[in-house]
Design a protein around this ligand. Structure first.
Ligand code: ADP
Length: 230
C-alpha cells in the first residue's frame, strides 16, 4: 500500500461504492454502502450489535469479498486484487480487536515484534521497531519483558495497538477495542488513536454505542441493519 502523504489529487484511502455483502446464509449484512475514508481521518463507525460493522472491517481486510458494488483501498480494486497480494494488503493494515489475542507464553516485546518479523525484518530490526512502537503508545519500557497477562486490560490493548502499528500502516482498523477496558483505559486508547490520525494515519473504529469519550477529531458514521449513513 502506498503510504505516501496525501496530496490534493490522491484518491480516498478507502472507497465503498454501493457495496453490498450477502452471506451464504442469504443474510444481507451490508446494503449498497457508499462512503470514503480519507487519509488522516478518524472515523467512528457506530451502530448496534449485528448492524454490519465487523463486515465492513472484514471487507477492507480482504477477509470477505463484496457481493456487489466496488471497494477500493489505496486505489486498488479489492475484487481485482490477486490472491497473492492479499497478505501484503493485510500487513499494510493495523488491526485491533475487542480481545487483544496476545500470546502469554512470550514477552510483550516479542508480541509487538511479530508482524515485523512476518514482514521479513531481521530479529534485531523487528525488536527495535517494537520498542519504538511501545514508546509511541506510551508503554513503560519495563513492560517489554513481562508476559501480556501481567498487564491491565487497558495496557494489553495498548500492546495490541503497538503490534498493529509496528509495520507503520496507513490504516488502523479497530473493532470495539474499548469493550473490555475501563473508562480511563478507553479514553487513553482513543487519545492514542486520535494522535495516529493527526500524524497521517487513517483510523476506522467500530463501536456499538458504548459511552466512549468522543475524540474532537472524530467523524461519526452510523450504521443500522446494514445501512450506512455518513
Ligand atoms: P456487527 O459487527 O455490527 O455486530 P456483523 O457485521 O458482525 O455486525 O454482522 C452483520 C450481520 O451479518 C448480522 O446479522 C450477522 O448475524 C450476519 N453475519 C456476520 N457474519 C456472518 C457470516 N459469516 N455468515 C452469515 N451471517 C453473518
Amino acid at each position: 500500500m502506498n503510504t505516501a502523504p496525501s496530496t490534493a489529487a490522491s484518491p480516498a484511502l478507502v472507497s465503498f461504492d454501493r457495496v453490498t455483502k450477502r452471506y451464504d446464509s442469504g443474510r444481507v449484512a451490508l446494503a449498497e454502502a457508499t462512503f470514503t475514508l480519507d487519509r488522516s481521518e478518524f472515523v467512528l463507525l457506530t451502530g448496534p450489535s449485528g448492524a454490519g460493522k465487523s463486515t465492513i472491517l472484514r471487507l477492507i481486510c480482504g477477509l470477505e469479498t463484496p457481493s456487489g458494488g466496488r471497494l477500493t483501498v489505496a486505489g486498488e480494486d479489492l475484487a481485482r486484487m490477486r490472491r497473492k497480494a492479499l497478505p501484503f494488503l493485510r500487513r499494510s493494515l493495523g488491526v485491533v480487536l475487542q480481545n487483544p489475542l496476545l500470546l502469554n507464553d512470550r514477552p510483550v516485546l516479542d508480541n509487538v515484534a511479530l508482524p515485523a518479523l512476518a514482514a521479513g525484518l531481521s530479529r534485531t530490526a523487528a525488536l527495535e521497531r517494537a520498542r519504538a512502537a511501545m514508546s509511541r503508545v506510551g508503554l513503560d519500557p519495563a513492560a517489554a519483558g513481562v508476559p501480556p497477562n501481567a498487564l491491565s486490560g487497558g495496557e494489553q490493548q495498548r500492546v495490541a495497538l503497538a503490534r498493529a502499528i509496528v509495520n507503520r500502516p496507513a490504516l488502523i482498523l479497530a473493532d470495539e477495542p474499548t469493550a473490555h477496558v475501563d473508562h480511563q483505559g478507553a479514553s487513553q486508547l482513543l487519545q492514542l488513536l486520535e494522535q495516529f490520525a493527526i500524524a497521517g494515519v487513517t483510523v476506522l473504529m467500530a463501536t456499538h454505542g458504548e459511552a466512549v469519550p468522543l475524540p474532537a477529531r472524530a467523524r461519526v458514521m452510523l450504521i443500522d441493519a446494514g445501512r450506512v449513513t455518513t
